[in-house]
Design a protein around this ligand. Sequence first.
Ligand code: UD1
Length: 421
Amino acid sequence: MDEIIIKGGRPLTGEVIVGGAKNAALPILTASILAKGKFTFHNAPRLKDVDSIMDLLSTMGAVVERDGQTVHIDTSGMNDYEAPYEHVRKMRASILVLGPLLARMKKAKVSLPGGCAIGARPIDLHLNGMALLGADITLEHGYVEAACKQLKGAEIYFDIPTVTGTENLMMAATLAKGTSVLRNAAREPEIIALADVLNQMGADISGAGTSVITIKGVKKLKPVTTTIIADRIEAGTLMVAAALTRGDVKIKNCDPFHLKAVIHKLEKTGAEVQVFKKSVRVKGAAHINSIDLKTMPYPGFPTDMQAQFMVLMSVANGFSVIAETIFENRFIHVSELSRMGADITISGNHAMIKGVPELSGAPVMATDLRASASLILAGLAAKGTTTVSRVYHLDRGYEFLEKKLALLGAAIKRVPAKTKP
Ligand code: UD1
């Protein structure tokens, strides 16, 4: 197990390239279940979560290979319809195989994901939707078993706009008989990216990116070659790193349109943000202004950027309030930030942050994916040395983050941990 050691206090400067989006790659790779044949996915990030979905697909009979940033999947011989506990336990997003399996094989057996560090995260909305499409669903022995003769188009209303729920239902509905309408659907860019790939495969989907998605069922889909979009959360994390270290960084190969909420808030903190067609340049301000923010479904401020902004607010002038409205338990990074000198009080889903002049380096432990990124950011800004352990959380969703930060001038290195966590 590795840890990351950072000597803080260096402003980041230069240019950095953003990798493929984890949250687009996961559903797009599972979409390969929907058609028999050879798929090629370019710009597929080398991440533990992407490895997990590749392992799961190969367990189910697909031939899966990686060649650098390209993943090849041949689903011709795929015949298994079970996603076992060992896989789903590692990554909740494995539930994304449910819709495609049901659509192509008319059967699916998927382990229930259970809780996770950032909250209960139920899948009831996925299951209700599948039932409306005509699946018989049973929950037994920790597994969801779903079966159907033929999925049928239906109107599905989501109580909450769920990202993977929308993706799962959208994939299931592509091969259903008749038309399905998803209402109060999630609007994240990754949903548009998935719909684009499904349409390229021969599906008939309109409205992705709005809250009403219409899917006209088709008889068959075909394999494709496609490219995964850039990771807006990685881009946002690098933008905060530039602002926090009072640096000057051009973040390339991202879509600034997907980052509007982040850019808006970053500018309010005093950072200068220049927007180009496929890149942004962030120049940090000497004095960071405190701001309030509230996480919301897209196009609101992303919950996946909350922990990173909390670090920025920890060293801002004055008080900030952050409201987390998506996940109930997403302040677990606070106790570690407090150990680095941050002054943060939690009350329910609100965090009150009193800016301090400086954080101080300390040994800290990562608890989930975005929390790990926030601790690394804190380490970049802190006085002295910070050691972040349990970085396997980081490896789930950030590709070579420490290498990218080192190229921007950070004093950061990955070493094998001395003691087992
Ligand atoms: C996805 C992202 C994750 C991001 C999150 C919110 C992927 C692989 N992961 O997670 O990075 O943090 O969106 O932007 O894309 N809910 C229910 N019942 C359900 C499903 C969800 O109550 O059946 C609730 C959740 O508990 C949560 C809210 O809906 O409060 C939104 O969650 P959801 O959008 O489903 O998150 P994920 O798709 O798991």
